[in-house]
Ligand binder design. Structure first.
Ligand code: CO
Length: 233
């Protein structure tokens, strides 16, 4: 009888397995970098000083480093389904706090993408399970902009516009955090941007919602940062 604690997969015999290809790819990466830039690994091992926090979608086609042609060490990355900034999500809030207060990033980019499965699913009535709770945050964005969205007859165009509006709302969700408002007051950073990646062209579109101060926020979301400075974190 086979031992149930032992895996029955023999990776060495299954060279077509994706994970085996990944490990082989890692070997090629190490060899290439050692040839191109011998100090590469020593340099990165000393620490990171990324200039930007990137909040993007988990979609496998939107590889942050690749589409921005940036080197490792440049971007601090947080990805989740549909690039959401949910104010009860300690994961994204921790990433923002660490990036702003410890890594001292100059920029935060929220990047969505057209053909986003999460955004498309949020527009359907089908029950999908646990993920429905996450997608409900996108439904809330739809509700805020229902007038504009309902007027778009073509479904693909309506989904694309919701992708854009969702990015804009997440930009504002970043700015509603005390972490960001305090950093604006103390350091004049970060600048928060909203972009959308077009899978068909490979191009990034700047939605030009470049928020950099409390004046850009509706009053109800503005903290009295001066009064709270030193008292809250
Ligand atoms: Co997506």
């Amino acid at each position: 009888m086979s031992d149930p604690t032992k895996t029955t997969l023999n990776l060495k015999d299954m060279h077509d397995l994706s994970v085996v290809r990944m490990l082989a790819g890692n070997q090629r990466f190490v060899e290439r970098m050692a040839a191109e830039d011998p100090a590469f690994f020593d340099r990165l091992a000393q620490g990171q000083t990324p200039h930007t926090l990137w909040i993007g979608c988990s979609d496998s086609r939107v590889s942050t480093d690749v589409i921005t042609d940036t080197d490792p060490g440049s971007l601090f990355v947080h990805r989740n389904i549909a690039n959401m900034v949910v104010h009860t999500d300690f994961n994204v809030l921790s990433a923002i706090d660490y990036a702003v207060n410890h890594l001292k990033v100059q920029h935060i980019v929220v990047c969505g993408h057209y053909k986003c499965g999460g955004v498309a699913a949020s527009m359907e009535a089908a029950e999908l399970g646990l993920i429905d709770n996450w997608l409900r945050n996108i439904k809330d964005v739809y509700r805020l902009h229902a007038g504009e969205l309902d007027a778009i007859e073509d479904k693909d165009a309506r989904t694309a516009r919701l992708v854009e509006l969702n990015v804009i709302e997440q930009v504002y969700n970043v700015c509603k955090t005390f972490t960001v408002q305090k950093a604006w007051r103390e350091h004049g950073r970060p600048f928060v941007h909203g972009w959308v990646y077009d899978l068909k062209s490979g191009l990034l579109k700047d939605l030009e919602v470049n928020v950099s101060g409390r004046r850009d926020l509706e009053e109800i979301y503005r903290f009295d940062v001066d009064k709270n400075l030193g008292a809250a974190h």
